[in-house]
Design a protein around this ligand. Structure first.
Ligand code: DMJ
Length: 444
């Protein structure tokens, strides 16, 4: 990598100013598009969870708002230097946000978006009220860990602590460590770290003889319900958190989890075919291929491989990611990579492809990743921008829009695009670990 940087520096002198100014322009454009989306939320959905960009209205996930969009978007505002917007979001959060509600929430979604958002807000802004909110939320979520195995139920009632959804999946069980571990770091109460670690270890212990996990598991009996292995939704961020929890906390048990699974992912799931290098699906016990589908969610893996030091595989898979994007100028949720045919046509404004381009650009300084990011950002503007913000696509082949702007568009998609083009000083990747919702948390 050092050699690549030297070559880049030597060749880069003549073209640096032009490149620099293009990067500056792109950084500014991303910031303006963030403002466009945030202003749409402000005008049409203020105080609610999310904007509906076509009907110009708002919606809540549950019976009351948990301010998903402002909490998720807050640290992006700080990174972009949008101090006024950050101030108004903060005021809204401290005057309106309460977790004392008699309804069931998704433990995973609330952890990655809200707990993660409040923790990074606390670390970056320093206002104690962020950590008070985070601790209150963390305590209300703790009953989700009260199962026979220690693995989490899918849903928990924020007021009563009652739980639902005994059949859960590796992503939802194994994507809690970074947030709950950081909560322990800031509150001094080890219950959070220990509960999340117990859940993750219990899942790891139930891996198959060939070191894979399946798609769904009963958290009371510990029995697998669906044994298909892949790196897509329902499993994805379990692998991401194995590696990142080690990087963040230095706990060798997490390194062991990553290092056990990684060769199995390569042996049974990584698939080099004529169209490129992808991750397919296989049975967790036999390793037999079950499907050759990949999609927008799988595209996170090159970013994780960069953190693990495997740039070679990361680069190959990112080539495929970009091919998937270019097939219809925007990536689909599902693709059969042997035929290059879309199997699931939606695009809910996901970040993973741009996220991986960001990690690869920082690791290699290869300008092709800047170019990929530029193409992806420009297609977002072309196909998803609306008068009131940004809209998901119901179908990437026709570009028909749907009335949704997920909070992760502001928390992740535009943040990674911004960080890809911005100077390194905005965020030093050696000092932070991003949770799976792109909330940066300090390593120290
Ligand atoms: C986000 O909530 C997180 O990145 C999660 O890990 C996967 N789904 C969305 C983005 O696609």
């Amino acid at each position: 990598m050092k050699k690549a940087i030297l070559v880049f520096l030597a060749l880069g002198i003549a073209c640096a100013p032009q490149k620099k100014s293009e990067k500056e322009q792109l950084t500014e454009q991303v910031k303006q598009e963030f403002l466009h989306a945030w202003n749409g939320y402000k005008e049409h959905a203020w105080g609610m969870d999310a904007l509906k960009p076509l009907s110009k209205s708002g919606k809540n996930w549950y019976d009351a708002s948990l301010l998903m969009t402002p909490v998720d978007a807050f640290d992006t505002m700080l990174l972009m230097g949008l101090d006024e917007e950050a101030e108004e979001a903060k005021e809204l959060i401290f005057s309106e946000l309460s977790f004392d509600h008699d309804f069931y929430v998704s433990n995973f979604e609330i952890t990655i978006r809200l707990l993660g958002g409040l923790l990074s807000a606390y670390e970056m802004d320093g206002d104690e009220r962020f950590i008070e909110l985070a601790e209150d939320l963390g305590r209300r979520l703790l009953p989700a860990f009260d199962s026979e195995t220690g693995m989490t139920y899918g849903r928990v009632n924020l007021r009563s602590g009652e739980t639902q959804w005994q059949v859960n999946n590796p992503a939802e069980i194994g994507t809690l460590m970074i947030e709950f571990g950081t909560l322990t770091k800031h509150t001094g109460d080890s219950v959070f770290y220990n509960s999340a670690k117990k859940a993750m270890m219990a899942l790891y212990e139930r891996r198959s003889d060939i070191d894979l996990v399946g798609t769904t598991i009963d958290v009371e009996t510990g029995e697998w319900q669906n044994t298909e292995a892949h790196i897509s939704g329902m499993i994805d961020s379990y692998y991401e958190y194995a590696l990142k929890s080690w990087l963040l906390f230095g706990d060798e048990d997490f390194r062991k989890i990553w290092e056990t699974h990684e060769p199995a992912l390569e042996k049974y799931l990584l698939d080099e075919v004529a169209s490129g290098t992808w991750y397919g699906r296989a049975d967790m016990n036999t390793g037999e291929r079950t499907a050759t589908t990949y999609g927008a969610l799988d595209a996170f893996m090159p970013g994780v491989l960069v953190l693990a030091g495997d740039i070679e595989t990361a680069e190959k898979v990112q080539e495929s990611n970009f091919k998937m994007w270019q097939l219809h100028d925007i990536e689909p949720e599902g693709l059969d990579y042997t035929e290059m045919k879309v199997t699931w046509a939606g695009y809910p404004l996901r970040p993973e492809n741009i996220e991986s381009a960001y990690y690869l650009y920082k690791a290699t300084e290869d300008e092709k990743y800047l170019e990929m990011g530029k193409v992806m950002f420009q297609s977002l503007v072309e196909y998803c921008r609306t008068e009131a913000g940004y809209a998901a696509l119901a179908d990437v082949t026709t570009k028909e829009k749907s009335d949704d702007m997920e909070s992760f568009f502001l928390a992740e998609t535009l943040k990674y695009a911004y960080l890809l083009f911005a100077d390194d000083e905005v965020l030093d990747l050696d000092k932070y670990v991003f949770n799976t919702e792109a909330h940066p948390l300090r390593i120290d």
